[in-house]
Design a protein around this ligand. Structure first.
Ligand code: B12
Ligand code: SF4
Length: 452
């Protein structure tokens, strides 16, 4: 039979740059888990159109919260055309009852240990409404065909995930709900095999914290060092700073850029986050050490915590300029369903929209404590515009000379994105901040408003 594996765009009208968009690993895992007798076609809507008339037997859709409305729309379109639709991923895992209203079958949690059984059931006419494997075995090697990424993508960055699960369970994050509290590892030899079989040289480790388990990280870095690859990953600032030997090994194994969840420069907020460093001075020193080791830093900041006042924007800008990080993601606190942040804000009647398309780290969908949603959105844009001013990029270059080409390429991408964000700001004002719907939603505390 023929299976269509789809990841929808959050907004099919405004898609991401074709060559730059990160491929979605889940689809390649599903393809690898599919018995060879079936034909599989992958469609990533951010980079290509979906032909609703495509001949196929089964449609499988993967989605997060921001692209869930589009995923549901596709479910209905395919079902109208007589196709059976399976849905899985972060959002259906957290809200399976909602997903059941749109798809024929919902997979809760990971695909390993489920997908083959699901295909067998479908073929024999016994597809169930829901599948869930609570303890998936990650030891089995899943071969992945990355050739379409190598053919189509500009940077040919191959996604790899070595671990699942996170012990921290931060209030605003849903990773622990999806993958659990215990860190589970893919055997190092399977990661090495993935790298070798891909034939690529540039990799993106998707792990939430590549050094979360120091012993495993050491084993991994030692094993990939001889492969002479370049990689980008995410890590905890504090843990990395505490382990200079591991930091050195990371660099020797090809680490060029690290995404670091700094989240907030507010001392009050830092104290409340389990994974954060002890204070601003420790954080500054840690960033300095990481840069000194030869790693470019992409910091991730979040605005909108209850401790944030309007001063947070200038304070953050000052911090970013002082530490001279290479690039930064400036996010709005987003109350993803299933998180403590969501249930707290919902209980307090502070959600101004439950239209999932706006749950994207970029849009203020709640009433902040010390400012208006619009002020939060404007403040975030202000920091972005100042940080990515050409002069600011030039001033930071001297502190990032260990990798000037990557530094400039990353900054150019962000300068472009800043223009897109500025254009989006006025549209948001019309759509959610001043809309009467927003006020209505604040009043309807109990009822979840489903996306259209
Ligand atoms: C890499 C990544 C990205 C990449 C690539 C995204 C992509 N297309 O995969 C980029 C940078 C583009 C990205 C963008 C965004 N991301 Co992101 N991203 C991640 C990250 C770090 C890893 C995702 C991943 O590949 N994991 C590994 C794979 C194997 O896991 P998986 O996708 O969940 O798939 C497994 C199961 O869920 C299941 N499964 C998944 N789909 C399906 C489908 C079927 C049919 C079946 C059977 C099973 C199944 O099987 C898989 C294997 O077991 C996660 C954090 C995390 N730990 O997962 C955040 C994460 C998924 N992202 C998140 C967010 C918020 C975003 C953005 C909104 C942020 C932004 N403003 O840019 C956008 C949204 C993009 C969109 N299309 O809507 C949130 C999602 C929260 C939520 N409730 O939606 C996460 C959890 C981060 C976090 N800590 O909050 N992201
Ligand atoms: S934000 Fe990072 S550290 Fe916190 S729970 Fe999510 S993945 Fe873990």
């Amino acid at each position: 039979m023929k299976i269509l594996l789809i990841t929808p765009a959050a907004d099919p009208e405004k898609r991401t740059n074709k060559g730059l968009m990160m491929p979605q690993l889940a689809l390649y895992i599903l393809q690898g888990l599919t018995p060879k007798r079936h034909e599989v076609e992958i469609i990533e809507e951010e980079t290509e159109d979906i032909d609703l008339e495509t001949e196929c037997d089964l449609v499988a859709i993967s989605c997060m919260t921001a692209n869930a409305p589009r995923a549901y729309e596709l479910c209905h379109e395919f079902k109208k055309r007589g196709k059976t639709v399976v849905i899985g991923g972060v959002h259906p895992t957290i809200l399976p009852d909602e997903a059941t209203r749109h798809a024929d079958c919902v997979v809760v949690g990971e695909a390993e240990g489920v997908w083959e059984k699901l295909l067998f059931d479908f073929e024999s006419g016994h597809l169930q409404e829901r599948y869930h494997e609570p303890t998936p075995d990650l030891a089995k090697y899943v071969p992945k065909d990355y050739s379409r990424i190598i053919k189509r993508r500009l940077f040919k960055l191959i996604p790899i995930m070595t671990t699942r699960g996170c012990p921290y369970n931060c209030d605003f994050c849903c990773v622990t709900n999806v993958f659990g509290k215990t860190i589970r590892h893919i055997p190092v030899e399977n990661v090495v095999r993935d790298i070798k079989e891909s034939g690529a040289k540039n990799f993106l480790f998707l792990d939430d914290n590549i050094i979360g388990h120091a012993k495993y990280a050491k084993e991994l870095f030692t094993a990939i060092k001889p492969l002479k690859i370049k990689w980008v990953g995410q890590a905890s600032v504090t843990l990395l700073n505490k382990n200079p030997e591991l930091m050195k090994l990371a660099v020797e194994s090809g680490c060029k850029v690290l995404f670091l969840g700094v989240e907030s420069v507010s001392e009050e907020q830092m104290k409340s986050m389990q994974k954060a460093s002890k204070g601003l001075d420790e954080l500054k020193q840690a960033l300095k050490n990481i840069k000194k080791a030869g790693i470019l830093i992409h910091a991730s900041m979040v605005f909108g915590f209850d401790s944030d006042t309007k001063e947070i924007f200038e304070e953050t800008l000052k911090f970013l300029k002082k530490t001279k990080v290479s690039t930064v993601s400036l996010n709005v606190l987003t109350p993803y369903p299933g998180t403590k942040t969501y249930s707290d804000l919902k209980e307090q009647g502070r959600l101004i929209s439950e239209d999932w398309q706006f749950y994207d780290h970029n849009t203020c969908v709640f009433q902040p404590k010390n400012m208006s949603p619009e002020e939060l959105q404007a403040g975030k844009l202000y920091v972005r515009q100042k940080f990515y001013k050409r002069m600011s990029v030039f001033n930071r270059l001297w502190a990032n000379l260990h990798n000037p080409i990557i530094y400039l390429a990353m900054n150019m991408g962000h300068i472009k994105q800043t223009r897109v964000e500025a254009a989006r700001f006025s549209k948001l004002q019309e759509k959610i901040f001043n809309a009467p719907k927003a006020q209505k939603l604040v009043e309807q505390k109990e009822e979840v408003v489903l996306p259209k």
